[in-house]
Design a protein around this ligand. Sequence first.
Ligand code: COA
Ligand code: MG
Length: 291
Amino acid sequence: MDSRPFRSVLYIPGSKERALEKARGLAADAIIFDLEDAVAVEEKAKARTLLAETLASTDYGPRAKLVRVNGMDTKWGRADLDTLAAARPEALLLPKVNAPGDVEAVAKILDARPETADTSIWAMMETPDGVLNAGAIARAPRMAGFVMGTNDLAKELGCRFRADRLPMQYALQTCLMAARAAGIVAVDGVYNAFKDDAGLRAECEQGRDLGFDGKTLIHPAQLEIANTVFAPDDAAIALARRQIEAFDAATARGEGVAVVDGKIVENLHIVTARQVLSRAEAIEQLQKAMG
Ligand code: COA
Ligand code: MG
């Protein structure tokens, strides 16, 4: 898997002109331009046209750009796909994916159009069927990432909101495991209380500790916390360097194991240490490129 940053993945309603404009200057690693749940039924058609025009005329820089279309089983989905295809989207995010067939059907449509030759597909993981089929969905054609839809999942499960997200753990970890098995990106769900910084930070830390690449966000005020929590911090970078140094020294002595801070360091830890350094490097590059 490459180390492109997905620490902060901001939803922007495709109907909100002001937010679409504002996004160019926001420090989001990735943007989800949304036509689905963030857009009211009466606004669907207008948002579709506005978003297609905006994407064709606006430079959103080197950050990843995903378009969330309506489901193909709704009356807007196919029109979203046809209109947005012309804007050569980098990635389409499909809502409520239940099975690999949902992805295959869209991949076939993309295959038939030259503009979408390189468009990847991401899946919202937010239904019980989707979670149970996660392994197969992650390996479907063009799949490049999972986004956890924790609000829809909570609705489907009938579970309660808890700060420790105990009811969500099965779904979060199953989808994460499937994403890792297939080598695709995995981004955690949103934190609804966008004025509660402490709660957001705690949930970001849990997502990071589980192994997610980043968090989906609903408001610009959430960017800084996600960007900080999901980046390797100075201590992690320093430790990675010391581990690599100690392991190189051990190897030079003809030994296969080093000890750093009283803990063994083997070849597999060096793989992780190198990933930490390359993620830190990729974040620095993206920040430079976004100015
Ligand atoms: N992306 C980009 N800009 C955003 C934004 C977003 N998701 N949410 C808010 N902003 C902008 C506003 O346009 C406003 O800009 P301005 O002050 O320069 O005019 C600024 O940030 C402050 O917004 P604020 O007044 O605090 O928020 P709000 O009350 O207008 O909106 C929400 C709050 C939650 C309705 C709004 O943030 C939103 O629509 N978020 C996305 C929801 C979504 O996509 N849901 C689907 C996935 S769960
Ligand atoms: Mg949803």
